[in-house]
Design a protein around this ligand. Structure first.
Ligand code: ADP
Ligand code: MG
Length: 861
């Protein structure tokens, strides 16, 4: 070690330590520890005088490490604790046990180390741990001052002093290095840079930095500043020693030299002078070397420091990152928890579902089993069916044949229907295209009470004869198609009219009207009452009934109009609002007349009919104050339109049925009318006589039929004449009071009937009818016969088939028998051959016997 160190012997005297700085003796002025003149000499003396009996085995590297932190020359390092031998009496001015209390030395009366004082700032700390290589005073290293602190020692005599600093890392004893590094400044000069005690000696181990030179000026103070670089500085003990007496005094005679630091002129002897010059040059070289090394090291240090800095920054960043990661981990854990919960729920659901599915699957399996069984059965059935296909095809053929037969029958039915229609028409025609029924009402209570008598004789009513006893003895007889007595009810009256209804459905136009004096029951016959419904309602009822019966073959579309003809004007009784426009009759096509703008109420079924009829009847009443009076002077006309469609052959027909309640036929003279009344009566008379004229023109097959002479006949044009049928109810009163009117009505009716029912036509019609009837009967019988023969043929066919089958069987049996017989024949032939053989053998024997016999006979003879 090149650094000169002061002599280690007799350096401290324990008893001379004064805690009070005022007692401190003042050091020598101008005394410089760096003074080579005495340093060199002391080095030799020191080595000789106090050889270390137990040298510290501290590794050289540690010392080198510590020395690299010393910035000035002079101080030395010891990596072990203070030894008794190092304490040189007389030199020590003060020894402070930093952070601790006073410690006694060998001499019991004096303290070796004074308690901690002279400090500013920082805190004390102690350890109970063992101080390794603690020297003779390990307790010195058990306490320390740490933090930001300064020691200031005042009252010292100006001069040179030595400072010994004692350190130990007693806090961060397990490191790491670099956790505590600090600078030490003496008198504001940095002596130690970034001292890291742990790095040098480790934890709980002493480190001494000795012989730090301090020059005390006129202020008499030494300041030692501890400045942390990393962490807080820490110090265990501070020793202030007075620099030993300058050896220059001893050397003065032998020469002189100049101290480089304090420029004190020191006397040096000449032999020493030479040696010293050598040494100086040697040391200067060494110093240069060391300075360059030091520079390199400090560069390295700063580099290392910056590295440490960046590493620390990196560490901080990593810490931040770690913190973030931890937060993230927490979040993830939370998410994980919730997801675990969800998973648990899902797995629970899954388990439940699994159970359900398992149940469903087993159920399905059962069903499948059952279905399989069913399938097996079905396949068996299918098998059977497949076998039965030949039968099926036969059946199909049979069904086809039946269908064909059915079609044939339909055709025949259709033909028959046409024939029936024709015949029905002929029957109606034979009865007369215009028929007249006479109906007499009963005597009313008023008439009876007024003493009126009945003048009508109904004796021949059943034969259509009616007599009017006029004036007591004279009796006039009339003949009609039918005569109804007052006892005959509505149903009986309608029964005779109903065949005409069928004609409407067959496509013929029909006209039914009631004629007669007012009050004779025209309205009663046609309309009737709610309880006793008349021809109108019953007709429609019948129409719907037949339509329903025929619905499979024909569809009917029925609509109704209700009109009134008054004073040669047409009024629509179904119109909801009165129309200002005059209703007129128009010809739409050949034989088809209609009134444009008239309401045609479509009736779907019988339930709607009564309402419609009532609507018409009620609105008839609206126009007048006196219903009966008005109605007696107007014609009320109900028109039923029937559209039929034959579903079999697609034929469509359109026909009309007029049901007319005529105005009263009473003669003008009797009413004795004038003005409007007269006009009314004239109109009525005109229209009724027009009706009579039309009928008579029709009967006489006149080329001109005067339909247009009145609105009534004009409206009825389609239903009067041609193929149309007409029925007139002539209504009469039985009262003798009305006798003349009755006679007049009967005369009119007889005229109508008489014209039409001419005997020749009737006969012709009857003959024709008879013929057709016979034809019908014949064709019916033929059909029956044919059916019968067909059936018989089928039966025959079946018989023949069964017979053929029987014969086949017989043939088979016979064949079997033939075979049997053949085999029998074979066996018989065989037996015959053997018997023939036997026979020839026997005959041979017989011959032999015969010969023998004859020979014997010869012998006998
Ligand atoms: P018209 O319409 O010809 O003027 P009505 O039909 O109004 O005559 O009949 C006059 C009255 O005679 C009515 O009260 C009616 O009920 C009654 N009446 C008519 N015919 C018969 C009958 N056959 N049986 C019972 N009452 C009848
Ligand atoms: Mg009437």
């Amino acid at each position: 070690r090149a650094t000169p160190s002061p002599p280690s012997s007799s350096r401290i005297a324990g008893g001379e330590i004064h805690p009070d700085p005022t007692h401190l003796s003042r050091g020598m002025e101008g005394d410089d520890p760096m003074d080579f003149t005495w340093t060199a000499g002391w080095e030799a003396a020191c080595v000789d005088a106090s050889p270390d009996p137990d040298p510290d085995p501290a590794p050289q590297e540690a010392e080198a490490e510590a020395e690299s932190m010393i910035l000035v020359s002079g101080p030395r390092v010891a990596v072990s604790g203070l030894r008794r031998a190092d304490c040189r009496a007389g030199e020590c001015v003060l020894f402070v046990n930093a952070g601790g209390c006073a410690i006694q030395g060998d001499h019991p009366s004096a303290n070796l180390f004074s308690s901690d004082s002279f400090f500013q700032g920082g805190e004390s700390i102690e350890t109970s741990e063992n101080i390794v290589q603690g020297g003779d005073y390990p307790s010195l290293y058990s306490s320390a001052r740490y933090g930001d602190f300064t020691y200031r020692f005042d009252g010292l005599a100006p001069g040179d002093y030595y400072l010994d600093l004692h350190f130990a890392e007693i806090v961060h004893t397990a490191g790491p290095t670099g956790i505590r590094s600090f600078d030490v400044l003496v008198q504001q000069d940095k002596i130690l840079s970034q001292l890291d005690v742990f790095k040098v000696v480790g934890g709980n181990r002493p480190l001494q930095v000795l012989d730090i030179r301090a020059f005390v000026g006129s202020n008499g103070a030494i300041t030692i500043d501890f400045k942390g670089v990393r962490g807080n500085p820490m110090v265990c003990g501070i020793c202030i020693r007075k620099s030993p007496a300058t050896p220059a005094a001893k050397l003065g005679t032998r020469g002189s030299g100049l101290c480089k630091k304090c420029l004190t002129d020191v006397e040096i002897s000449s032999p020493i002078q030479k040696r010293t010059a050598k040494l100086i040059s040697k040391y200067e070289k060494q110093i240069e070397e060391l300075t360059s090394q030091c520079n390199i090291k400090s560069d390295e240090c700063s580099m290392a420091w910056s590295l440490v800095e960046s590493t620390n920054q990196e560490l901080d960043r990593l810490k931040m990152e770690l913190h973030q990661k931890l937060v993230q981990t927490d979040n993830f854990e939370q998410v994980l928890d919730t997801q675990t919960d969800q998973l648990r729920k899902v797995s629970q659901n899954y388990e439940n579902d699994k159970k359900l599915w398992a149940a469903a699957i087993s159920n399905l399996e059962r069903k499948i089993k059952a279905m399989k069984q069913e399938q097996a059965l079905l396949s068996l059935e299918a098998h059977d069916c497949a076998h039965a296909i030949p039968d099926l095809s036969k059946m199909i053929e049979a069904v086809r044949a039946l269908v064909a037969q059915c079609d044939d029958l339909k055709m025949k039915y259709h033909e028959e229907m046409a024939k029936r229609k024709k015949l029905h028409n002929i029957v109606q025609e034979t009865k007369g295209n215009i028929r007249v029924f006479c109906r007499c009402r009963p005597l009313s209570k008023v008439e009876t009470s007024s003493g009126y008598k009945c003048v009508v004789d109904f004796d021949g009513a059943n034969d259509g004869d009616i007599g009017i006893i006029n004036g007591g003895t004279a009796k006039k007889t009339f003949k009609f198609d039918r005569v109804y007595t007052p006892k005959d009810d509505q149903a009986e009256v309608y029964a005779d009219a109903s065949p005409l209804v069928t004609s409407v459905l067959d496509g013929y136009n029909v006209c039914i009207f009631a004629y007669g004096q007012t009050g004779t029951g025209k309205t009663f016959t046609m309309e009737g009452t709610e309880r006793n419904r008349g021809v109108n309602y019953r007709t429609l009822e019948e129409l719907f009934k037949i339509a329903e019966e025929r619905k499979d073959t024909v569809t009917y579309n029925i609509s109704v109009s209700v009109l009134e003809v008054y004073n040669e004007q047409i009024r629509d009784l179904l119109a909801t609002s009165p129309s200002s426009k005059k209703l007129e009759i128009k010809q739409a096509g050949e034989g088809s007349h209609h009134v444009p703008g008239i309401v045609e109420a479509k009736v779907e079924d019988i339930n709607e009919v009564w309402d419609v009829l009532q609507t018409g009847s009620n609105s008839r009443a609206v126009g007048s104050n006196n219903v009966n009076e008005h109605s007696s002077r107007s014609h009320c006309m109900l028109c039923i339109m029937v559209r039929a469609k034959n579903l079999i052959n697609g034929d469509c027909t359109r026909s009309k049925l007029w049901l007319v309640d005529l105005a009263g036929s009473e003669r003008l003279a009797k009413t004795d009318a004038q003005g409007d009344r007269l006009k009314e009566a004239q109109n009525i008379n005109r229209s009724l006589s027009a009706l009579g004229d039309v009928i008579s023109a029709l009967a006489s097959r006149s080329s001109h039929i005067p339909y247009r002479n009145s609105k009534l006949t004009h409206l009825l044009q389609d239903s009067l004449g041609g193929d149309s049928k007409a029925l007139m109810f002539v209504q009469i009163s039985p009262s003798d009071n009305d006798a003349s009117e009755t006679l007049s009505s009967l005369n009119f009716a007889s005229r109508v009937r008489g014209i039409e029912l001419g005997p020749a036509k009737k006969q012709v019609d009857t003959a024709e009818l008879q013929k057709v009837k016979q034809m019908l009967e014949r064709s019916k019988q033929e059909a029956k016969l044919k059916e019968e023969s067909l059936r018989k043929l089928e039966e025959n066919c079946q018989n023949l088939e069964s017979k053929a089958k029987g014969k086949e069987q017989l043939y088979k049996n016979l064949q079997d028998k033939v075979k049997e017989l053949e085999s029998q024949l074979d066996s018989k032939t065989h037996s015959q051959i053997t018997s023939e053989k036997q026979q020839s053998q026997l005959s041979g024997k017989l011959k032999e016997k015969e010969e023998a016999c004859t020979a014997l006979q010869h012998k006998v003879t």
